[in-house]
Design a protein around this ligand. Structure first.
Ligand code: B1M
Length: 208
């Protein structure tokens, strides 16, 4: 089994102590950070499929998520930007009722590496909290809202509309597995991205 395959297997098995060690070993063997990251994202897809088919339950999903987060911590310094030019501040969070944060964290990491200063509000963020964060922080140019559940799509809509009502000119980007470009347009977002890499590209495009 290659080191990357081992990383995948141990994320799926939720081995939080082992995953960061294996990620480091994969790096030491010359694997690219992006390749290792993609392997872990693929593992979460497998975990989701197993949950859907009733093979595993919420606790197993949770420990797999923790294992992936530990692996991402090892990669984060390698994927950060050089900090030379700031494009402004980006406020990011997962919308109200939604506790999924791995995708949001990856998006945050990539937007940061594109040159933004990040203010991460975490998960389960009410619409008004996004607005408050824009008030409380200097030079906010972008708000990024993540939503992973079909049941929290209305919360995503509320977040975008509340932010846009308070700050009509502020750019808002949305994303997450159930979000489509059509939905993003419908709720009044300025941008949509399907994954973390394209979120960084779109973020930059929106403010420059
Ligand atoms: Co949950 N969960 N979960 N879960 N979970 C999903 C999302 C699900 C698809 C699993 C399934 O049924 N196959 C399903 C949603 C179904 C639906 O709504 N259609 C689901 C469910 C049902 C639930 C619960 C309701 C289960 C229950 O309690 N019965 C519950 C809800 C809790 C809540 O939020 N209120 C629940 C709970 C959990 C855990 C807490 C156990 C855990 C999350 C832990 C954590 O995040 N810290 C969890 C996990 C781990 C998953 C899966 C397995 C993995 C999610 C993940 O991290 N993926 C997931 C199945 C799956 O995704 N296949 C599932 C990896 C991550 C890198 O991808 O988050 O999609 P993703 O992010 C991507 C893109 O979406 C995009 O870029 C990211 C990186 O490329 N993106 C953006 C995300 N945000 C963006 C923002 C942008 C742009 C792009 O701009 C701002």
């Amino acid at each position: 089994m290659s080191k990357i395959e081992e990383v995948k297997a141990k994320v799926e098995a939720g081995k939080s102590k082992l995953v960061p060690v294996l990620v480091q070993e994969a790096l030491d063997e010359g694997s690219a950070p992006a390749e290792i990251l993609q392997a872990m994202v693929d593992s979460m897809g497998v975990v989701g499929d197993k949950f859907s088919s009733g093979e595993i339950f919420v606790p197993e999903m949770l420990i797999a998520a923790k294992a992936m987060s530990k692996g991402v911590e090892v990669l984060k310094p390698l994927m950060a930007g050089d900090g030379s030019a700031s494009l402004g501040t980006c406020v990011i969070g997962t919308v109200a009722g939604d506790l999924h944060d791995i995708g949001k964290n990856l998006v945050s990491m990539m937007i940061e590496s594109a040159g933004f200063d990040m203010v991460d509000l975490g998960v389960d963020v009410p619409a008004d909290t996004f607005v408050q964060a824009v008030k409380d922080n200097a030079n906010v140019k972008l708000v990024a809202c993540s939503g992973l559940l079909t049941t929290t799509m209305p919360a995503l809509k509320e977040a975008v509309q509340t932010i846009k009502t308070a700050y009509p000119d502020l750019k808002v980007i949305v994303g997450g597995a159930p979000v489509t470009p059509e939905y993003a347009t419908e709720v009044g977002a300025d941008g949509y991205a399907p994954d973390a890499g394209s979120a960084a590209v779109k973020a930059k495009e929106l403010v420059t």
